[in-house]
Ligand binder design. Structure first.
Ligand SMILES: Nc1ncnc2c1ncn2[C@@H]1O[C@H](COP(=O)(O)OP(=O)(O)O[C@H]2O[C@H](CO)[C@@H](O)[C@H](O)[C@H]2O)[C@@H](O)[C@H]1O
Ligand SMILES: O=P(O)(O)OC[C@H](O)CO
Length: 746
């Protein structure tokens, strides 16, 4: 039966030894807390790290593995040194602060930690692959496993792979600081669906992928490696029914009453967080200090409770941070404490959920003031626990939860004065206002609980991973089989139809920089000694003539509008020049060029092209949409067409396309000749479409194509041409063939 495989760095159960005995405890942290319910309800298998087992005896380790198996948990054991580099070093020393915009804490000299991060992601991949059976859905979680989707995709190409990010995804301007940004984005794009808490995080990711990999920025979908990757917005939630159940439990209510009695009529203002520098505890303490300073008459009427859950104690930044927080609490209590009262009650430990809920029940005000937070479940748990619809929630505008919990008192956690004022407002909030706000908040959390969240994510994953409907343009995913290369090599004659940019030369930032190098010229010359070589380019006739005119090649420029069939011939036009539309089109393109820095116009005899390769991707993508709408409105589209190429929009007369030269070329082809066409973009698809099935068609790159085969880049195209030429000429080129075939099979 198809199963759900949940994969996260940490298992919900941690294994350790306490006074010689094996202990299994609930792991802390939002991810484990959130996924516990879906794991149980869906009988899912959970793969992750169970904590360090180095101090366990072999028997204890076996016992632990058996106990975990009984809970459908599969351990990924890691050595202590490896774990330290992967977890404290890369995950929490580089990614965590970067994703939370805390740039001064990011360690960018972390090469060894990065290597460990890659190795651990591979180790996870090994274990997931070993657990996987066809039909299972794989759901990978969070920033410790950003490379895993692509590692799995390589080994399980047909699997349904979802990824959910529990933390923020920052602006592209921040993300692209990361030296390993490209590998990280590629890693994520192995998934069928990538889920984020908010639309802003999703937008940031799409913009980062556009900057880093040059993919077209889409809102809900990106195309990469010939596959579509869906981007979803799925704000996580809590098991609201479970929190409500606990909030109604007599033991929990008794504990809450005891906490209130202890406060002796004072209002209780509560903070609960992992002791993490993103949670904003120091600035919250400064806000409390400001409140105590500003409101002397309220000092003895409020009790602040802060529960700080130990976390990541082996990472340097966290040990220093713990000391800073402890000192601040001591200083404020020293300044404002009396013989009768201590303003801040601080606890540095983990508590069972029942006691956490008792604290929620006892608190008049909940202070949730992270500097950044993916979502923040504490805010939602507080709301769910307030079964009497009372209490007030103060919530940072930098928590993902703030986009859903609009009835909370919203604060900027950096603005200490306004947080102090919000505390005053919340403790004085009239009961009717509390009821109005809390009822709306509770209704929302109850309907959008963690089970609805998991269902929505998995439904979207099913849709995203569904096979393409019949007839859709299928991406060509195959390399070139050895047999095909050999057939081409052994053909008595060959006719090549070659695109230029992106096929024979890599893309250059501006078209003029893509002139052929000596090696290419020598290769084309050598090839044309035996074979007929047609270059079919979208470039201007003048460029093609200047760069390739001296070679014995058959040249076609401007998408086949101009052809020079023999070296001694003149160029001939396919149709008489009908360019009356160009004045209007040029004015429109000039307008968009002025508004899009980095873009420019290229003018050819019968076409106008707008290039935006070096423009800011999001801006360019928006302007492409506007440009198309404007051109379609103002130009005679019955005689013209718009063509989207690789970072270029082109206007040209209808019917002028590269496919038009195919009959001219085939006219001269001897019966037993092999025809091989190679091209990289949309315009080359017209050539592939016009050729008979017997032709060998090759797409360069990873986009969808009707070509039969695929090569990765212009370097591989040149190696293919060299190998065919050398093989035919009987050179010692066969070692080269084996290498080429391995490469194009990879
Ligand atoms: N003393 C204690 N003992 C035991 N458990 C305690 C505890 N105090 C708090 N907890 C529990 O720990 C969880 C904390 O979740 P958060 O969302 O606040 O943060 P976290 O940063 O761990 O999670 C990450 O994942 C979650 C889920 O996606 C995101 O909301 C968040 O932004 C992201 O950083 C809550 O469920 C809470 O009940
Ligand atoms: O304790 P960690 O480091 O596993 O992190 C807990 C948080 O849930 C991370 O998202």
């Amino acid at each position: 039966m198809a199963r759900l495989l949940i994969v996260s760095n940490r298992l919900p159960i941690s294994v350790r030894v306490d006074r010689g005995a094996l202990c299994l405890t609930r792991s802390s942290g939002g991810l484990a807390a959130a996924m516990r319910g879906p794991h149980e309800r869906r009988c899912a298998v959970w793969i992750g790290w169970p904590g360090s087992v180095t101090s366990l005896s072999p028997e204890q380790r076996r016992d632990a593995d058996v106990a975990l198996a009984g809970m459908r948990a599969v351990p990924v054991h890691l050595g202590a040194a490896e774990q330290h580099r992967f977890y404290d070093g890369f995950s929490n020393g580089v990614l965590w602060p970067l994703l939370h915009y805390l740039l001064d804490k990011v360690n960018l000299d972390a090469e060894l930690d990065w290597e460990a991060y890659q190795r651990v992601n591979e180790r996870f991949a090994d274990i997931v692959v070993a657990q996987y059976t066809p039909g299972d859905a794989i759901w990978v979680h969070d920033y410790q496993l950003l490379l895993l989707p692509a590692l799995l995709r390589r080994r399980l190409p047909g699997a349904r792979i979802g990824f959910f990010l529990h933390v923020p995804f920052p602006s592209a301007e921040v993300f692209r600081i990361l030296p390993w940004r490209e590998q990280i984005v590629r890693g994520l794009l192995g998934a069928d669906l990538i889920g984020f808490h908010t639309a802003a995080y999703r937008r940031n990711f799409a913009a980062s992928a556009a900057h880093v990999l040059g993919v077209e920025p889409g809102e809900a979908e990106l195309e990469h490696d010939g596959r579509r990757v869906a981007l979803g917005v799925h704000p996580i939630s809590i098991d609201a029914a479970e929190i409500e159940r606990l909030a109604g439990h007599p033991g929990v209510r008794e504990e809450a009453a005891r906490i209130r009695a202890e406060a002796r009529g004072r209002k209780i203002v509560l903070g609960i967080d992992r002791l993490d520098y993103t949670k904003g505890i120091p600035r919250r303490l400064l806000a409390i200090q400001r409140f105590l300073e500003r409101e002397p008459e309220l000092r003895d009427q409020v009790r602040f409770l802060q529960l700080a859950v130990p976390t990541r104690e082996m990472a340097g930044a966290y040990a220093d941070f713990r000391r800073v927080v402890h000192e601040m609490v001591g200083r404020i209590n020293g300044q404002y404490g009396t013989t009768y009262a201590t303003p801040i009650h601080y606890m540095h430990r983990s508590l069972p959920l029942e006691q956490v809920v008792a604290l929620y029940l006892a608190a008049d005000v909940m202070l949730v003031t992270p500097l950044r937070d993916g979502m923040n479940l504490v805010a939602k748990e507080y709301v769910a626990a307030r079964v009497d619809d009372d209490g007030a929630l103060i919530l940072s505008e930098f928590a993902g939860a703030s986009s859903e919990l609009a009835e909370a008192v919203s604060v900027n956690p950096y603005d200490i004065g306004s947080v102090a004022a919000a505390v005053k407002q919340a403790i004085a909030m009239p009961p009717a206002e509390q009821q109005r706000r809390m009822a709306a908040l509770r209704g929302r959390v109850a309907t959008h609980d963690v089970h609805a969240w998991a269902q929505a994510f998995l439904d979207e994953l099913d849709r995203a991973a569904a096979p393409e409907p019949e007839g859709a343009a299928a991406p060509s995913r195959r390399g070139m089989p050895e047999g095909v290369v050999e057939r081409v090599r052994l053909a008595p004659q060959r006719v090549w139809i070659l695109d230029y940019d992106g096929t024979l030369v890599p893309f250059a930032p501006v078209p003029d920089l893509a002139a052929p190098d000596e090696e290419l010229l020598a290769l084309l010359r050598a090839l044309s000694e035996r074979d007929r070589v047609h270059i079919v380019s979208g470039r201007r006739r003048a460029d093609i003539e200047r760069w390739l005119g001296a070679l014995p090649l058959h040249l076609h420029a401007e998408h086949g509008f101009w052809s020079r069939l023999e070296a001694s011939d003149d160029w001939v036009a396919l149709e008489p020049d009908a360019a009356a539309w160009k004045g209007e089109a040029r004015a429109i393109l000039e307008g968009v060029t002025r508004r899009t820095p980095g873009s420019f116009i290229e003018e050819k005899t019968v076409t106008l092209a707008w290039h935006y390769r070096t423009a800011e991707p999001e801006l360019a993508s928006q302007h492409v949409r506007e440009l198309r709408a404007c051109l379609e409105e103002r130009l005679p589209m019955d005689t013209l067409e718009l063509l989207a190429g690789a970072k270029v929009v082109e206007v040209r007369p209808r019917g002028v396309h590269k496919g038009r030269v195919v009959p001219l070329i085939l006219d001269e082809v001897p019966a037993r000749a092999a025809v091989i066409a190679i091209g990289d973009d949309r315009t080359d698809e017209d050539i592939f479409a016009a050729l008979p099935p017997s032709a060998c068609t090759i797409h360069v790159g990873n986009e969808s194509s009707r070509a039969a085969y695929r090569l990765p880049d212009p370097g591989a195209v040149r190696r293919l041409l060299r190998s065919i030429h050398a093989g035919h000429a009987g050179h010692a080129g066969h070692a080269g063939h084996a290498g080429l075939d391995a490469e194009i099979h990879a």
